[in-house]
Design a protein. Structure first.
Length: 326
């Protein structure tokens, strides 16, 4: 048995390399053996190309869309809804995340060094926690519809900014820890995505059910209620489209062949999840009225002047509550 210092050093290096492979977080792989992700998945490169296409779509469409959302909310800050503060936080997070595709392309296709992955894992950590802000939006709308009296009491309080700061602290801690190679840390992401997905689906289904119900047909055909119902239905569909694949597949990671999960399921699920950085602001902008269009698109009804779905939902719930109390 060779116990020479050179042999021991070689063994320890091999041991470190093998152990480091166990400490890689969900989003990245260990390519320190002079191979790139593109080479690792040479037989299944379609999913990787599709993933990078979505990431660059995020950069070219997501960044201007999210910046426009921030500008509109700032422009209409005197007429904002209660959920807008969470939309602002989510838009800022998505802008930061949409900056990484060039570095990601270089790291996945060309570079073999592991140093860029420390930066990428931090930004991945930011995006991993974006469902926390979405959950806050869903919770705010849920309270507005189901508990309108309680919602009115909370409307002017400062708990939303405090909650936003708290979530940012959680996100920054999570992203910082994700930069370090910690064993089984990907389980934290699995818990986050699964729990927030269930919570968001529950809130939106309850909202849809409440909006669908009417008392003696008083507002069964109300146009605002119909628009709010359709919007929440679209939001629920987008949540399922973007977050159901990782929520459904990542808990069963160990049941898939390693190559299939790393080169196919991994990029399909994260591609869909990351594409929410473009879909979410585009959905918001589709329901907003831009200042330069107000003069030519002015209407006479209060309903068509409403800028936010959450304000529509709140007004509906208040009207329904008044009828019930009367």
């Amino acid at each position: 048995m060779d116990m020479s210092p050179r042999k021991l050093t070689a063994d320890m290096e091999g041991f470190d390399l093998n152990v480091s492979g166990l400490y890689i977080s969900q989003r990245s792989a260990n390519f320190s053996d002079d191979t790139t992700a593109f080479e690792k998945c040479k037989d299944m490169q379609g999913a990787l190309i599709w993933y990078l296409s979505l990431q660059f779509t995020n950069m070219f469409l997501g960044i201007p869309a999210n910046i426009t959302v921030l500008w509109l909310i700032h422009k209409n800050k005197r007429d904002t809804s209660t959920s807008d503060i969470f939309i602002v936080h989510l838009a800022v997070l998505d802008v930061l995340f949409c900056l990484i595709p060039p570095l990601e392309l270089a790291s996945l296709v060309f570079l073999t060094t592991s140093s860029p992955w420390y930066i990428l894992r931090f930004f991945y950590g930011l995006k991993d926690c974006s469902p926390l802000f979405l959950s806050c939006i869903c919770l705010d709308r849920y309270i507005a519809v189901i508990h309108p009296i309680f919602f009115t009491k909370l409307k002017d309080r400062q708990h939303r900014p405090v909650l936003g700061v708290l979530i940012w602290l959680i996100i920054l801690v999570y992203a910082s820890v994700k930069c370090v190679k910690i064993k089984n840390f990907d389980l934290v992401f699995t818990v986050i995505i699964l729990s927030t997905f269930v919570f968001m689906v529950f809130c939106n289904i309850v909202i849809l059910w409440a909006l669908k119900q009417s008392r003696a047909g008083l507002d069964a055909k109300h146009p605002v209620k119909k628009r709010a119902f359709n919007m929440v239905l679209i939001i629920l569909a987008i949540i399922v489209f973007n977050y159901f694949p990782p929520a459904a597949l990542f808990p069963f990671k160990n049941y898939f062949p390693e190559d299939i999960f790393r080169c196919y399921i991994h990029y399909v699920c994260f591609g869909l999840m990351d594409f929410s950085s473009t879909i979410q602001p585009m959905l918001y902008l589709s329901k907003e009225k831009f200042p330069w269009r107000l003069n030519c698109c002015r209407t006479t009804t209060n309903e068509t002047q409403t800028n936010s779905v959450s304000r529509e939902i709140w007004s509906i719930s208040r009207r329904t509550q008044t009828v019930r109390e009367g």
